[in-house]
Design a protein around this ligand. Structure first.
Ligand code: NAD
Length: 480
């Protein structure tokens, strides 16, 4: 199998010295996608070293060279979006159209930052002292350690690596050990793009081994991490020992508020999409559906019908809307949260229907719970699965207060026809991204993305805001 040997990319060469591990299709556990090699400590250090060496010339490289290579990577991802989208579907379990969409979007990140290469403007300022001019410019940071989760195996890497490289940094990627084939396919495109050796390196393997080496290294100048709060905490503590700059996007417990005056069809569409697409395995998923009491019963009845109608199946099959959960660990975690919710008094009104699939996989029906309160464990902690909980609210103010009553703050949404409430919510919702009459998941690639509170730490990702993290500011005083 071709991908067996393509594991770690170090200084422009494939390397595989460490123990092997398998990637298994969650839709069909008899299907092995490939065998991959964890990076050894020596390989991790080589990758960091090669990025450090490459930084000397890449940070000085010509803008046209950077622009061309980023464009090439972007175009290649878009051209290969069907092939790679299918690979993501097979390895991560999202349906093929979602996989294709992810790869296409990844290409757009590279195309966007190809153009940003040419928009690096400085500022000048008058001095408070005579005959002095001041310039404020930005410079690359150095070697960026990029640590990514499994739920968007190519897109998260793309939205971090494209700006890193565009602004003259070099990269060591440590992808999730759950999706090594997608990471290897991405690395192949990076490898063939014409980037100089060492500008992009990839080391595969476990977070507590390869990831730990990256985050503890003094030769890593900045770490851009996406993953759970638990891992974020470990990474932050490692980073602070070396005063390494960090940017972290983590989990959430996003709320979709549905008011009495909402268009019910829009509300159902937003709730189904936000709660269940991607099998609920999105940091932006709406796991809490906060519904005003006047529309509550109507919403619950229609939502339960729509939830039951979703086609759960093999991610590679044409009619599948909801693929499997990513692996056994996540499957068991979802079920233990479900059990806890039921024993706390939640009532299940969709989710126990039979699943008709002809392969062994980690299938779970989209599950709708009602009569839940915001204090229940299931409404406090991130489940990261296809489980949505309805919480009844007295009125708009009550709904707003419940939606903000969480330690997280990535996205939030409101479905309403009232400009007054939409505007108030936009202003007072304590999250990084607010959606009005739209699902809590689904964002554009040219504007900032990120959360508040425990969901996020450090500067925003994406769009023009990305330069805050991937560049350092220099202030120069010139006496004339
Ligand atoms: P995770 O935290 O388990 O792992 C993320 C990455 O960190 C993996 O590459 C893992 O190997 C690595 N890692 C684990 N332990 C480490 C350590 N000690 N040192 C260094 N690296 C280590 O998360 P996951 O299960 O892969 O992803 C799901 C989580 O990601 C959810 O919480 C989800 O909300 C979050 N997520 C957030 C966003 C966002 O933009 N906010 C986007 C996607 C996913």
């Amino acid at each position: 199998m071709k991908k067996e040997s393509h594991s770690n990319l170090i200084n422009g060469k494939w390397s595989q010295k460490g123990p092997s591990f398998l990637s298994i299709n969650p839709s069909d556990t008899t299907d092995t996608i490939g065998s991959f090699h964890e990076a050894t400590e020596e390989e991790c250090l080589q990758a960091i070293n090669s990025a450090k060496t490459a930084f000397k010339s890449w940070s000085q490289s010509e803008l046209e060279e950077r622009k061309k290579v980023l464009d090439k990577i972007g175009n290649e991802l878009i051209e290969k979006s069907e092939e790679l989208g299918e690979l993501i579907a097979r390895e991560e379990g999202k349906p093929i159209p979602e996989g294709i969409g992810e790869v296409y979007r990844s290409g757009q990140f590279f195309q966007y930052f190809a153009a940003e290469v040419l928009r690096q403007m400085g500022e000048t300022a008058a001095s408070v002292r005579p005959n002095i001019n001041i310039e404020v410019t930005r410079e690359p940071v150095g070697v960026i350690g990029v640590i990514t989760p499994w739920n968007f195996p190519i897109a998260v890497a793309a939205w971090k690596i494209a700006p890193a490289i565009a602004f003259g940094n070099t990269v060591v990627l440590k992808p999730s050990e759950i999706v090594p084939a997608s990471a290897a396919a991405f690395s192949e495109i990076m490898h063939e793009s014409g980037l100089p050796e060492g500008v992009y390196n990839c080391i595969q393997g476990r977070g507590d081994i390869a990831g730990q080496i990256v985050t503890a290294s003094k030769d890593i100048d900045a770490i851009s991490f996406t993953g759970s709060v638990k891992t974020g905490n470990i990474i932050a503590q490692n980073a602070i020992k070396n005063m390494t700059r960090i940017q972290m996007e983590m989990g959430s417990k996003n709320a979709l508020v549905i008011l009495d005056d909402a268009d019910i069809d829009v509300a159902i569409q937003c709730a189904i999409n936000g709660a269940y697409f991607g099998t609920g395995q999105k940091c932006t998923a709406s796991s809490r559906l906060i519904v005003e009491k006047g529309i509550h019963d109507k919403f619950v009845s229609k939502m339960s019908e729509a939830t039951k109608a979703l086609a759960v199946g093999n991610a590679l099959h044409k009619n599948t809307q909801i693929g499997p959960v990513v692996d056994a660990r996540q499957f068991n975690q979802n079920n233990s949260y479900l059990e806890a919710a039921l024993s706390d008094g939640a009532k299940l009104i969709a989710g126990d229907e039979k699943i008709n699939v002809d392969t062994e996989g980690f299938y779970m029906r989209p599950t709708l719970l009602i009569e839940t309160s915001n204090n229940m464990k299931i409404n406090r902690e991130e489940v990261f699965g296809p489980i949505a909980c309805v919480i009844k609210a007295e009125d708009y103010q009550d709904a707003l207060s419940i939606s903000n009553d969480t330690e997280f703050g990535l996205t939030s949404g409101i479905v309403t026809n009232s400009l007054k409430f939409a505007n108030h919510f936009k202003r007072h919702s304590n999250s990084g991204c607010v959606m009005v009459n739209l699902p809590t998941a689904g964002t554009d690639y040219h504007v900032p993305f990120g959360g508040r509170k425990a969901s996020s730490y450090g500067p925003r990702e994406q769009g023009q805001y990305a330069k805050e993290f991937f560049t350092v500011v220099k202030t120069t005083y010139i006496s004339s």
